[in-house]
Each structure stands twice: as structure tokens, then as C-alpha cells.
Design a protein around this ligand. Structure first.
Ligand code: PDD
Length: 289
């Protein structure tokens, strides 16, 4: 039985209870973060904290997430993940329980804080080397997807569309532009240049995205942050996704069309290997902080 964290206590998951008046339950009124831990060390935690702070500020939820590092570390320890090769910790903060109304409660509610930790299972190397497939889907999300809000219905439907199509990922397309995946950021390689959508309110500013850009810069691989029209995407030499629960995942087919020569390309492979090294490096957290 896993141990979870809820509002200041660690308890068995089966005993955790949240009010039916919780605005997360009724209105998806909250934010979340998912942080990876490698060998028990949280990866780029300060960046996750910063992003959560800005999400909380945007939603005007009065909660200071500064104490969450300790919660994340404690959850890893209590769930036997302190030495795990790869794990992740999920934390969500909602505005709290209050009688249902769209506007904020008149009397400020106490935010509900829930967190759990799990093992992360990286695909076997030979599976990774065969590559993965994706489809494109219309982006029907709201216009503030830079906020890591728990309202993920459009992401749920997009990911299910991928599952129904028998592929691993869904790529959001808005006004003809390929933006990101349903739970990861999107990169394409054209003539040796790594391209990804610029930071805006139309993508989540992924921490792994930043790591991969840093790693590309450090390896002398040119990076451009610019829009990718979906027509260009099909002509990319390589495509890959990045994310906390995706790491670097290469795509060899989009909408049934072969990408490049249909095999995992050299830049995706280099960046995946560099990413794995970064997760192993004791200095990684310090560098990213
Ligand atoms: N998803 N884009 C979207 C829409 C995401 O939901 C995520 C992360 C990312 C990648 O962000 P990062 O590199 O910081 O994990 C991009 C998390 C893992 C999730 O929803 O479970």
C-alpha cells in the first residue's frame, strides 16, 4: 500500500479522503506538478517549484509551495523509492473545499494539498530504438495552457485518441501549427537544426524542454524556438517529445506518414543519451536550480 501526503499528513492511500466540496473535484480549480527523481534525487525541483508558484499566482490561490521539497523527498523515502533508478512525485494544490460557486469563495478556503510518488518505468533500450508513433489532434484547450492546471479534459481526450489509434502520442495542432503533445513538448529536426515551439500561453513551458535545449546548446546542436506548421512537421528529419514522464521519446511516424527514413535519428539519440547522463549527474540539480 502506498503512502500519500494529504494536508500535512502522511497516510496510507486507502485512508486519504478529500471533501466532495473540494473545488478541485467540482471545478478543476487547482494546479499540479510532476517531478522526476533519479536515484532518489529530485530533478530540477526548483524549476518545478517556480512553475507551480507562477500557476498559483495566476489562479490567485494563496499557498506557498516552498515546503514541498521536503514532502516530495519524504514520499520517496516512505514508498521505498529513495534509491529507485527513476521515480516521480505528483503534487496537486486546489483552492480547497467551499460551497460550489464559480467565483472564488467569499471566505477564503484552505488549499487542499495532495501528493503521491511512483516508480517510473523507462522503456527498454531496444523498444526505444524502434521508435514511437503519433497522431495530430485539433488543440481544443483553453488559451492559458502555460498554467499547469488540473483541468486536463482536452488532454485526456487527445491521449485517448492516440490510444484509440494504436499510437503513443498526440500532437496538438492549433491554426495549422504543431505545438506540443498531450503531456509532453514537441521537437522536430530539420537539416541538423532542432526546432521547438516558442514559449507562449499556447504551450506548457516544460522543464524537460529547457533541459534538452541546454543539452543541445552544450553539444553544439543548433536550436531554434519557432512555430512548426504541421505540413513541415511531416517533412522533418526527426521528431521527438520531451517531458518528465517521457524523457526524450523519438517519433518515427505521424498520422501514418513516415518521418525521415522511418528510423530513430542521430540527434534524438544523442539528446536522449545526454538527458540520461544529466539525470545521473550529481551536479544536475545544482546546474538547473
Ligand atoms: N506533463 N506539455 C504538457 C501539456 C504537459 O502536460 C507536460 C508534462 C509537458 C512537459 O513538461 P515537463 O517537462 O515539465 O514535465 C508539456 C506531466 C508530466 C503530466 O501531466 O503528467
Amino acid at each position: 500500500m502506498s503512502t500519500v501526503y494529504l494536508d500535512g499528513s502522511y497516510l496510507p492511500k486507502a485512508e486519504a479522503r478529500v471533501s466532495v466540496d473540494d473545488r478541485g473535484f467540482l471545478l478543476s480549480d487547482g494546479v499540479y506538478e510532476v517531478t522526476a527523481a533519479y536515484g532518489g534525487r529530485l530533478f530540477r525541483f526548483e524549476k518545478h517549484l517556480e512553475r507551480m508558484k507562477s500557476g498559483l499566482a495566476a489562479l490567485r490561490i494563496g499557498f506557498d509551495p516552498a515546503g514541498l521539497r521536503e514532502v516530495n523527498e519524504e514520499l520517496l523515502a516512505r514508498n521505498g523509492l529513495a534509491e529507485a533508478e527513476a521515480a516521480y512525485v505528483y503534487v496537486q494544490v486546489t483552492r480547497g473545499a467551499a460551497p460550489r460557486s464559480h467565483a472564488f469563495p467569499k471566505v477564503e478556503a484552505t488549499p487542499t494539498v495532495y501528493a503521491f510518488a511512483n516508480r517510473y518505468q523507462r522503456p527498454e533500450r531496444d523498444r526505444w530504438e524502434r521508435g514511437f508513433r503519433a497522431i495530430t489532434v485539433p488543440d481544443m484547450r483553453w488559451a492559458r495552457v502555460d498554467i499547469k492546471a488540473i483541468s486536463l479534459l482536452a488532454n485526456v481526450l487527445a491521449q485517448q485518441a492516440a490510444v484509440d489509434a494504436g499510437v503513443e502520442d498526440a500532437i496538438y495542432v492549433r491554426d495549422g501549427i504543431a505545438l506540443e503533445g498531450a503531456h509532453n513538448n514537441l521537437f522536430a529536426v530539420f537539416d541538423g537544426v532542432v526546432v521547438t515551439a516558442p514559449k507562449s500561453n499556447y504551450i506548457l513551458h516544460g522543464i524537460s524542454r529547457d533541459v534538452v535545449i541546454e543539452l543541445a546548446n552544450a553539444s553544439g546542436i543548433p536550436v531554434e524556438e519557432r512555430s512548426i506548421p504541421v505540413g513541415d512537421l511531416y517533412r522533418a528529419d526527426e521528431i521527438f517529445f520531451t517531458g518528465t514522464t517521457t524523457e526524450v521519446r523519438p517519433t518515427i511516424e505521424v498520422d501514418g506518414r513516415r518521418i525521415g527514413d522511418g528510423s530513430v535519428g542521430p540527434i534524438s539519440t544523442r539528446l536522449f543519451d545526454a538527458f540520461l547522463s544529466a539525470t545521473l549527474s550529481r551536479a544536475a540539480e545544482a546546474v538547473g536550480a
